[in-house]
Write a protein that binds this ligand. Structure first.
Ligand code: ADP
Length: 306
């Protein structure tokens, strides 16, 4: 095999109560990438379509993560990366992660799969660090492993794959505004109260249990964030209206996707998801802000070879 074409999916990090540790993978939105072996050693990015991103390998997350795996594997050939971007950078659904995870996944396939998914996540974290100034894996893990994931530990990296209840669907609205990740980090408190911490870890524990037992009622009761959402939601216009509308229309829960501005809802069944999407669309159409919406089954596979 001398080239590979992949679909690298968008992902939702945090999932309300699991700030920096939980994430899940989407199915209907993602980038495509083509990676080719080259006689010439090294990494090049020869094509980027969709959004204006740097071609310079060290300034593009796909290039930085590719270099990380390349420098470890030391093959006697190189790789040429083409990126067809559909996920808008800075949308909060893991645009940078899709690129960072995609290049390492594809290179691993072309090398004959010498690395496991945890090792691939580690290489991809080098790329992700370029976008966010720190290494994190809450978007990368669901992109590479699929389904729901929990980043148990960063050093040493430990990822726990969680089960995905079959009837779970996500609805995502992406208001077309820009929120800088640095701004949405800076707004967070440095300390949390013991009461809030107790509520939050009870929710994370019960959400994990609910995913294992396919308990949709408990999923709903657990999708509650008392630590991050009260602060970050101020940066997202009409967040509480969207949340209220989604819940009133039958969503199990609604929260900020990653650092925003995208907002996700989880729903039981496609009919419920479509109803929630229509209600949110109706609400947001009345505002002055342009938006995009997606409904997606949870993608249990992660990155796919096309
Ligand atoms: P998201 O949560 O949607 O990934 P981030 O703010 O984490 O958004 O990442 C977007 C930032 O990463 C932008 O500044 C963008 O220029 C930079 N970047 C570099 N390479 C890429 C890439 N291949 N795909 C997306 N973003 C990239």
């Amino acid at each position: 095999m001398d080239h590979i074409k992949i679909f690298s999916p968008a992902t939702v990090a945090n999932v309300s109560c699991g700030f920096d540790v939980l994430g899940f993978c989407l199915d209907t939105i993602g980038d495509e990438m083509i990676i080719k072996k080259t006689v010439q050693k090294g990494i090049i990015i020869s094509k980027i379509e969709g959004y204006n991103l740097p071609f310079e390998v060290k300034k593009n997350v796909a290039g930085v993560s590719a270099l990380a795996i390349y420098n470890d594997a030391k093959p006697d050939f190189g790789f040429d990366i083409e990126i067809y971007k559909n996920i808008k950078p800075g949308s909060g659904v893991g645009s940078s992660s899709a690129s960072a995870a995609g290049s390492v996944f594809a290179i691993n396939e072309l090398l004959g799969r010498p690395y496991n998914k945890t090792q691939l996540t580690k290489f991809a974290m080098k790329g992700e660090a370029l976008a966010s100034n720190c290494e994190h894996a809450d978007n990368l893990a669901p992109a590479l492993f699929g389904g729901f994931t929990l980043v148990k530990n960063l050093s040493p990296l430990q990822i726990v794959q969680l089960p995905t209840p079959n009837e779970l669907f996500a609805v995502v609205i992406h208001p077309q505004i820009e929120i800088k990740t640095s701004e949405s980090r800076a707004i967070l408190p440095k300390e949390v109260s013991l009461n809030n911490a107790i509520t939050q870890w009870a929710n994370v524990g019960s959400l994990v249990h609910a995913l294992h037992t396919e308990d949709y009622k408990l999923i709903s009761e657990s999708l509650n964030d008392v630590i991050v959402e009260p602060h970050r939601s101020k940066l997202i216009p009409y967040f509480s209206d969207v949340k209220q509308t989604a819940i009133n229309s039958g969503a199990l829960g609604t929260g900020i996707s990653g650092s925003g501005p995208s907002i996700f809802s989880l729903c039981k069944g496609i009919d419920s998801a479509n109803k929630v999407m229509d209600a949110i669309k109706n609400l947001y159409s009345k505002t002055e802000i342009a938006f995009e919406m997606y409904v997606s089954k949870i993608n249990t596979e992660g990155i796919k070879i096309l």
